[in-house]
Design a protein around this ligand. Structure first.
Ligand SMILES: Nc1ncnc2c1ncn2[C@@H]1O[C@H](COP(=O)(O)OP(=O)(O)OP(=O)(O)O)[C@@H](O)[C@H]1O
Length: 329
């Protein structure tokens, strides 16, 4: 056993044990695109299977995006058969026009198949590098704490499949590590031609910017950014709870308005969150930073002060003890 294999094997095993990610004897559906991360995931679970007595199955989703999509599916089937695992391929019937749509379709497929097969867990090959890239993409786009939160190690698949857990056992491995693992294991990987397209922001980040961050700023850049994402997630969860706690005291949906006096006593972070939640719930708008600031500025403003217009032409005004908003019915 090579050093790297032993090291990664032990790290995954420890994470599985300490975080209670995948119980012994569980029936597990492994999501495999054929890329280096999910190939690494597949091999690691196969290696660890004797210890945990899992039953493993593989799912590959064919988005029909590329001419070689069928070859990609056959590649995953061959990889699965090499390890004696049943492989299920699902092909989309409707054309998928965006990454988000494709992801939503994949997760429905995962849930449906897991239910059919009696699998309690679906696992994906998301890594610390994915966490780091997502955090940077959100930062550049402009975001609050919410956009900086990382993916969880384990969560319910949700929707129609709340009883099925989505687990990401590789969240503290980096892409360079999964690449090295695949190479040392002599594991063929499927090279997705679209991954080389530098017009896609994530590819630019993955192929050019992340290597520079590792070389010039911190060799552990992926991991420290992923840790930041984890911290942001926890703080986001806490602030969400606090927002919920104050919402009914501050918000009057019938007026509709915000109660100025209790709002004045809160920290600006909570004030902003309450305003955002109010605008979303009452007016179904997704407020930008400036929209929330415009309302924040009314919290200590004199009577009859007005905001500049928000989306849908909404203008708020101060009428103590309320900041009032128009009733759009
Ligand atoms: N077509 C697919 N079929 C099954 N699972 C998929 C598919 N695409 C992605 N996944 C799952 O989601 C995870 C993250 O997807 P993402 O698109 O970030 O990875 P990728 O670049 O396609 O490939 P990989 O992560 O395997 O290197 C994958 O590791 C895999 O577990």
């Amino acid at each position: 056993m090579s050093q790297a294999w032993g090291d990664i094997h032990a790290r995954i095993h420890t994470n599985l044990r300490q975080r209670l990610l995948l119980p012994s004897t569980a029936r597990i559906l492994i999501a495999v695109s054929g890329g280096q991360d999910s190939a690494c995931l597949l091999k690691l679970l196969v290696d660890l299977k004797p210890h945990w007595a899992w039953r493993l199955e593989v799912i590959h989703c064919n988005h029909r995006w590329r001419d070689d999509a069928n070859d990609n599916a056959e590649f995953v089937q061959a990889l699965s058969h090499r390890f004696d695992l049943p492989c299920h391929v699902r092909v989309t019937e409707q054309p998928l026009t965006s990454e988000n749509q494709a992801r939503a379709w994949r997760y429905t497929v995962f849930g449906k198949l897991a239910r059919e097969l009696g699998c309690t867990h679906v696992v994906t090959g998301h890594t610390a590098t994915d966490q780091a890239e997502t955090l940077l993409l959100h930062l550049f786009r402009g975001t609050g704490l919410g956009g900086l939160g990382g993916m969880a190690w384990s969560r319910s698949l949700g929707g129609a499949y709340p009883d099925i857990q989505l687990v990401r056992p590789l969240l503290d491995l980096t892409r360079p590590e999964t690449a090295q693992f695949c190479q040392e294991q002599g594991l063929d990987i499927w090279l997705d031609s679209t991954n080389a397209n530098l017009n896609l922001r994530r590819n630019r980040l993955r192929l050019e910017i992340m290597p520079q961050l590792r070389d010039y700023f911190n060799p552990q850049a992926d991991r420290v950014l992923a840790q930041t994402a984890t911290l942001c997630q926890a703080e986001q969860d806490y602030l969400d709870q606090e927002t919920q706690k104050h919402y009914t005291t501050i918000v009057n949906e019938a007026i509709p308005g915000l109660a100025v006096n209790p709002l004045q006593t809160l920290h600006p972070a909570l004030q902003r969150r309450l305003i955002r939640a109010f605008l979303q719930n009452i007016f179904q708008i997704t407020p930008q930073f400036d929209h929330v600031e415009v309302i924040s500025n009314l919290i200590f403003a004199p009577k009859n002060s007005q905001s500049s217009p928000l989306p849908k032409g909404i203008v708020a005004w101060v009428d103590p003890p309320w900041i009032k908003f128009p009733d759009l019915g």
